[in-house]
Design a protein around this ligand. Structure first.
Ligand SMILES: N[C@@H](Cc1c[nH]c[nH+]1)C(=O)O
Length: 376
C-alpha cells in the first residue's frame, strides 16, 4: 500500500529530541529552575498559546507578523503561540500579580515558537528558561539577574562563559539630547553603526558617534574609548553602570561591550546582554532591562534573562551517562528498588530473549551483585 505520510516528517524548523539529547535538555531546564528557586524566584507557567492581542503590546515591541497564529474555532479569535515567555511574565506581573510587593521575582521554563528561524538558529521551536525581576531595572537588579544566569549555566555544566553587554537605547538618547542629530537620520545612523561602517558616519553629519564603533571589545578597553566621548551625564552614568556590572561578574565570565548592538534587543531599554560559551557559536541566552505596560498606560521597569537551552544541548553540554543495570527475568523487586535508590537505572528483562547489551545496559545484576558489562 502506498504511504500516505508526507515526505518530510516534520515542518521546517521543528524536530524531535531523541535520547540522550532530550535528557540533556531536561537537565538544563532543571538547572535553571533550581537556580531560580534558590535565588528566591517563584515559578510561573504561562500557557503555550494566548490571544494575539495579549502577546502584542505588553512590551511595546512584539509585532503580529512575528507570531505563529491560528484562528481558534472555539473563541473565533486569533490565537498566537508565544515567541517569548518574558512578555507573558510581564502580563502576569501587571495583572494577576499586580498587587504583590515589588521587586517581584518570577522564573519560568517552556517551549516558545518563532514564525521564522535565524541563520545561526534555524529551529522555530526552542526551549526557553529564565528569570525576571519586576519593579526595578536598577544596576543592582541587573547584577542579580546575571548572577542567577551564571548560577544556572554553571549548574548545567556550561564552561567558558562570556557576557556581551550592550546599551540598546543609547544612540537614540544621545541623538535626542547631548549629541543632537535630526530625527530622520537616526535610523540611518543606527544601521551604519550595526554594520560598524565608520566611513559612512561623516555623510550623515554623525562624526561625533565614531568612538562608539571603536568602543566594542573587552570591557575595560571599550570603556576607555567611550570615555573619550565628550562628558555627558547620560554617558557618564551608563559607563559607571557598565563598570559596576563588569566588576561584579568578571570573576565568573569574560565581559565584553558592544554599545550599539541592537540585534535581538527589540524591547530592552538601557542595558542588554548576550550570553555565550566558547563551545557554541550562537548565543546561549539574552536579557536586559525593559518596561511593562499596564492597562492604565503606566510603565513598570523590569529586568531579566532568558536562556536558550537548545543551543546548550546542541553543543553537547549536559549529557550525563547514568549506569543502566540489566535485571534478568525473575529478579526480586526489592533488588531492583535498591539499585534505583542508589541512582542507577534498571532495565528489567520482559522475556528471556531480552539482550542486555543491545538494550544499552552498562551492568547486569547477577542475583547478588552488579557486574560491569564489557565496553564495546
Ligand atoms: N526574553 C528575551 C530576553 C530577556 C529576558 N528578560 C529581558 N530580556 C529574549 O529571549 O531575547
Amino acid at each position: 500500500m502506498a504511504s500516505t505520510f508526507p515526505p518530510a516528517l516534520l515542518p521546517e524548523g521543528f524536530r524531535d529530541r531523541l535520547p540522550p539529547e532530550a535528557e540533556a535538555l531536561d537537565r538544563a531546564r532543571a538547572a535553571v529552575l533550581r537556580a531560580a528557586a534558590l535565588n528566591g524566584y517563584n515559578l510561573v507557567e504561562p500557557p503555550l498559546a494566548e490571544f494575539e492581542a495579549g502577546l502584542v503590546g505588553r512590551l511595546k515591541s512584539t509585532r503580529p507578523q512575528d507570531l505563529l497564529r491560528v484562528v481558534d474555532p472555539v473563541s473565533q479569535r486569533t490565537l498566537a503561540l508565544r515567541p517569548d515567555i518574558t512578555a507573558q511574565v510581564g502580563r502576569i506581573a501587571a495583572t494577576r500579580l499586580g498587587h504583590r510587593a515589588r521587586p517581584l521575582r518570577l522564573g519560568y521554563a517552556g517551549p516558545v515558537v518563532k514564525v521564522r528561524g535565524s541563520e545561526l538558529r534555524p529551529e522555530r521551536q526552542m526551549m526557553q528558561a529564565g528569570c525576571e525581576i519586576i519593579g526595578t531595572d536598577h544596576v543592582t537588579a541587573v547584577v542579580e539577574t546575571l548572577r542567577v544566569a551564571l548560577d544556572a549555566l554553571e549548574d548545567a555544566g556550561v564552561t567558558g562563559i562570556s557576557v556581551d553587554l550592550t546599551l540598546p537605547d543609547l544612540v537614540a538618547l544621545l541623538a535626542s539630547g547631548p549629541m543632537p542629530l535630526p530625527a530622520d537620520r537616526v535610523d540611518a545612523l543606527m544601521q551604519e553603526l550595526d554594520g560598524k561602517d565608520a566611513g559612512a558616519l561623516p555623510a550623515l553629519g554623525a562624526e561625533a558617534y565614531l568612538p562608539l564603533i571603536a568602543a566594542a571589545g573587552p570591557v575595560e578597553e571599550a570603556l576607555a574609548r567611550l570615555d573619550t566621548l565628550p562628558g555627558h551625564e547620560l554617558l557618564t552614568s551608563r559607563i559607571a553602570a557598565i563598570r559596576e556590572i563588569a566588576t561584579a561578574i568578571a570573576p565568573r565570565a569574560t565581559v565584553t561591550l558592544d554599545p550599539t548592538e541592537r540585534h535581538g534587543f527589540e524591547y530592552q531599554s538601557w542595558i542588554g546582554f548576550s550570553l555565550f560559551t566558547t563551545r557554541a557559536r550562537a548565543e546561549i541566552g539574552r536579557g536586559g532591562s525593559y518596561s511593562i505596560v499596564h492597562a492604565d498606560g503606566r510603565e513598570e521597569p523590569a529586568v531579566g534573562f532568558s536562556l536558550y537551552l537548545d543551543t546548550i544541548v546542541d553543543a553537547g553540554i549536559g549529557e550525563v551517562r547514568r549506569d543502566r543495570v540489566f535485571l534478568p527475568l525473575g529478579t526480586a523487586e526489592a533488588a531492583g528498588a535498591a539499585i534505583r535508590a542508589a541512582g542507577r537505572a534498571t532495565i528489567a528483562a520482559l522475556s528471556t530473549a531480552d539482550d542486555a547489551e543491545a538494550l544499552g545496559c552498562t551492568h547486569r545484576w547477577d542475583g547478588t551483585s552488579i557486574i560491569a558489562l564489557q565496553e564495546r
